[in-house]
Structures are given as C-alpha cells and as structure tokens.
Design a protein around this ligand. Structure first.
Ligand SMILES: [Cu+2]
Length: 433
C-alpha cells in the first residue's frame, strides 16, 4: 500500500497502455448530466490572504488542478468493475508548482471545488478520499523507505487538515524547499455518492515564503503507514492481503522506522478510514502523538475553521470520520530513534466503508512526520535496512549489500518487495506546465 513506490509502478504500468488524455478524463459518459459547470469558472491560480500574517513575506497561493469528472455511481469504470466501488476515480497528474524559481513551503491545505469555485463537500456527495503530493527532481527521495525519485510530502483525506513544515508561530528558519528542477505530481482518489456525474477540481493552498540564506535547515517529510516500505505489519491476523479487516476490533502495528536524522519534529498527522478510533505514533515505544478520529465533527471542520476559507460545513452521520487531530512541535529527534504507528479500529462501534457487494473495504493507517534537519543532513544516505529496522532486527544481516533501485525499471523489478497497491486504476493525465 506504499503510495510512493506503487504510484511509480502504476505510472509505469499505465503510461504505455492506458494513457488517458485530459479531455477524456473530463468527458462525461453519454447521457450523463454533469454538475458544476454553471456560474462561471474560478481562476486556476489565485493569491489569497495567508492566515499566518505574522510571518514576513508570506504568501498564500491557491492553485486549482483539474477538472476531474466524478463518475455517476451508475457508471461502469475500472474502479466499479474491478474494485467493486462505484463513483470513484484514481488519477495521477503532473501539476504546476506554486512558485517557478524556488520557494519554501510552510503549510499546505487541500480542498475540493466545483467549477465555479464553490466547495465540493461530502454533504453534497463529493468525497476527497485521498490525495498525495509528490516531488520528483534532483536528489528527491522517499525518506520513509530510502527510495530515490519520488518524495511523498503532503497528503490529505476528507478531513482536509493543514500540514505544517515549520513552526508558523516562530521565525521561519526551515520548511519544505522547492527547487527549480522539481516536478510535482498529484495522485487523487475522488469519489461521488450520487447518480449524477460532477466536475470538480482539486485545490491546494500553499503558504510560501522566499527561500533565504538564513534558512540553514529544511523539513523532511517521512511517510509512515501500514505495511511500511512493503514490510509486513508486526501485528498478525487483523487484515488480509488487501487490507480488509478480518476482525472488528483491532490494533494494527507497523514495522518500525529508524530515523537517519538528527532534528526537530515539526508536525505529525494521522489518517484512518471509517471504523478507526485513533492512530498513535510512537517514538521509542512512548506515545509521541495520539491522533483521534472525531465522528461528531462536521466534515472538513479544519477547513471551515481557517480564516477566509468560507464554505459551509454540515454535520455528518456519526459513522463517518469528520476530523483527525494532529500534533505540532514535538521536540527533538536523534539518529536511531525508532518510530512505529498503531492504527486502532472498532468496527462494532463505527461501521466501516463497504464495497458495492457489502463486504468491508480496505482500511488505512497513515501518518506523515515532518522533521526539520540541518540542510547538509537532509541529503545523508538512507539505507532501507536501517530505516526499516532490518539491520537491528536481524542482527547484522543489514551488512549484506542491498541495492537501492535507481531507475524506474529497477524500481519495478522490486515490485514484489515493495508491493503493488491493489486499486491501480490510475490514469496519467499530462498537463501543460
Ligand atoms: Cu485512506
């Protein structure tokens, strides 16, 4: 279920055989009505007021990506026919960056909109199921597994939480640096609950500042999730190979990740599917952050609370997660510190998401940990065996040479070890930069 490696695998698998053009993606099936087209078209790029006005030179850039057509729940597509889930699409797009000549990101927030700029909400049947933002460019890598190429550095589910790459209450001496040679890719899994197709846009709000020589640090985004780096979870029997629950009440524990960095922990998030109660991030077996699922919060509550975001929030049925809490400024991390997550579920209390045939859909446990590190340390070699603890767990076996894939072909060759996400219903949608 590793997004980063599997996305590349998906991309490779679909690039030659199933390239779907932008036009095709936004075309409704014959006879379908598409809503979201009336009432004007919101701009693609907009400067809006940043809520962090205490930071000198800060700018909030709102960027719209798409359009994507959410299929009607009656539409037969890859997802409905092979995955048994109606109204869903999975798309990877090459997207524009919020700056063209380099900048530093201090916060990102994701949202979903209709064509005319009104928010697309779960209350009207439009789900932002998942979205993951990747950077590809010189020196980029997945810090969670040490795989070079794609850096998954931002993710949002329908909780639409902000992510932080710096302490926004302090002087900005760190952040996620974007360089000239970087390319952005956005993976989105979006879902429609209605028998009417809808045209939507993914929206990312970036709070950015100019990169300055005074910034001696940079923030590294570490992706932690169930089946960390393709390694089986240390708990057994909770989930099948497709990550469908085999029990109603369980705690799924991941293979540990060992920090290759000395630095400071800026932020950590939690993402679960319905049925989840909380996701706990442990540092050296002590609770670092207990992110709690809130079933009573209005969906998109974080967004609604952001100044200038507007939009209505509607209370959801208590069977759906409306918000996940997160932690900020958690203190120091040292090289060798061990991290693992526990995704806790109670499907007796909160029914999980179901496929069309009524069986339970897969569940997830994802956390992104932002660590601010000295610039020179951010480029330190990452050894897969060290970051996954194999070196420690297998008593020196990590001394064996382990070839880290350097090319897409080599990465594909590791498919068995890194795993392939089952719903590889991905289309590549090239976009002009
Ligand atoms: Cu998810």
């Amino acid at each position: 279920m590793k997004f980063s490696s599997t996305l590349l695998l998906q991309a490779a698998a679909t690039a030659s055989a199933a390239v779907v053009g932008r036009q095709a993606m936004s075309m409704p099936a014959p006879g379908e009505t598409v809503i979201g087209r009336s009432g004007g078209v919101a701009p693609e790029i907009e400067n809006v007021k940043s809520p962090f006005s205490n930071i000198p030179g800060i700018k909030r850039v709102k960027m719209r990506y798409g359009p994507y057509t959410l299929p009607s729940t009656k539409t037969k597509n890859f997802e409905s026919q092979l995955l048994g889930v109606s109204g869903m699409i999975d798309v990877i797009t090459h997207i524009k960056k919020p700056c063209t000549s380099g900048c530093t990101v201090v916060s990102v927030l994701g949202d979903l909109e209709y064509t005319n700029g009104t928010r697309a909400l779960t209350s009207d049947g439009s789900w932002l199921h998942h979205s993951v933002l990747f950077t590809n460019g010189p020196g980029r890598r997945d810090a969670g597994c040490g795989i070079p190429g794609m850096d998954p550095w931002f993710s949002t589910g329908d909780e639409r939480n902000p992510a932080y790459y710096a302490d926004v209450n302090s002087t900005i001496d760190t952040g996620y640096h974007i360089n000239d040679g970087d390319n952005f890719f956005l993976y989105s899994e979006l879902m429609n609950m209605d028998p009417v197709a809808k045209e939507v846009y993914m929206v990312l709000y970036y709070d950015i500042v100019p990169t300055t020589p005074a910034m001696t640090k940079q923030t590294v985004s570490v992706w932690l999730e169930l089946n960390q780096c393709g390694m089986p979870d240390t708990s057994r029997g909770n989930l099948n190979l497709l990550q469908q629950p085999q029990k109603n009440v369980f705690s799924e524990l991941t293979h540990p990740w060992y920090s290759p960095y000395n630095g400071n922990m800026v932020y950590v998030s939690g993402h679960e599917h319905d049925g989840g109660t909380n996701l706990v991030i442990y540092k050296n077996d002590a609770v670092l952050c207990d992110t709690k699922a809130n079933y009573n919060a209005p969906m998109e509550s974080s967004m609604g609370a952001m100044p200038g975001m507007g939009g209505s929030t509607t209370a959801q049925p208590t069977s759906s997660i409306g918000a996940m809490t997160y932690c900020r400024n958690m203190g120091a991390v040292k090289k060798g510190d061990q991290f693992h997550i526990s995704a806790n579920y109670n499907l007796d209390k909160y029914p999980g998401m179901k496929k069309d045939d009524g069986s339970l859909d897969e569940v997830m446990g994802i956390s992104i940990l932002m660590i601010s590190v000295p610039k020179e340390e951010a480029a330190a070699p990452i050894n897969f065996m060290e970051v996954t603890g194999l070196n420690k767990g297998l008593g020196g076996l990590g001394q064996l040479p382990m070839k880290v894939p350097q090319t897409l072909q080599e990465l594909i060759a590791t498919g068995g070890r890194f795993g392939i996400r089952k719903n590889a219903a991905t289309a590549i949608v090239p976009m002009a930069m």
